[in-house]
Design a protein around this ligand. Structure first.
Ligand code: CA
Length: 210
């Protein structure tokens, strides 16, 4: 998104103090904010389709964050979803990424880290140069982001798509962690643990059904 255009963020978070901190921080930096305190209201707002990105807490009253994300994707909405999670378990993060979240930040939220991830995801909204990439029975169309394996279409998150694209571009050469981190987050890299989580989720998506 061009820097002159105001990005519209929907924050879905039930803890008042956390929500207020995030709202103030982003509003002061020129983002247009909206907020929902429970999952049902959050989903209603998200389905209106007027937001560029959603910051989504996992543990929410009335509708769980994972279920909200699943329903949003099932309804065909593609805007980036950044998941906030107090749960540090790898399995929760992977489930979130499988259910359609694009990235996650572990609570307690560090605001400048959250901002770096938001900016990276908003940049991801730009179309990539077109072209087809192939490795064995895996086919990737970087114009449409559609991935097929053995004739079957796979559903990848935006981050997984970016990782796969870079790996295929470089194949059969090895790609460094540093380069993959730059593909996802630019220079504001959150660390090796996050990259491993995204790579793990990518492997599960690509390999598990086969
Ligand atoms: Ca919560």
């Amino acid at each position: 998104m061009p820097p002159t255009q105001t990005a519209r963020l929907l924050l879905i978070e039930d803890q008042r103090d956390i929500a207020a901190n995030i709202w103030d921080y982003f509003e002061r930096r020129g983002y247009a904010m909206d907020h929902a305190r429970d999952g049902r209201r959050g989903l209603e707002l998200a389905l209106e389709g007027r937001f560029d990105l959603i910051i989504l807490d996992l543990g929410l009253p009335r509708l769980d964050g994972m279920e909200l994300c699943r329903r949003l994707r099932a309804a065909g909405h593609e805007m980036p979803v950044l998941m906030l999670t107090a749960r540090d378990a790898l399995e929760d993060k992977l489930r979130g990424l499988r259910d359609g979240a694009d990235d996650y930040v572990v609570k307690p939220v560090v605001l400048c880290e959250l901002k770096a991830r938001v900016r990276a995801l908003l940049r991801r909204g730009l179309p990539l140069p077109g072209g087809r990439l192939q490795a064995d029975d895996l086919e990737f169309d970087s114009g449409s982001f559609v991935v097929h394996r053995g004739g079957r279409q796979l559903a990848l998150t935006r981050m997984q798509t970016l990782l796969l694209e870079r790996l295929l571009q470089r194949a059969p050469n090895v790609v460094t962690h540093e380069e993959l981190g730059r593909v996802l987050w630019g220079d504001g890299q959150p660390g090796a643990g996050s990259l491993h989580t995204h790579m793990h989720a990518l492997r599960i998506t690509i390999d598990r059904p086969f």
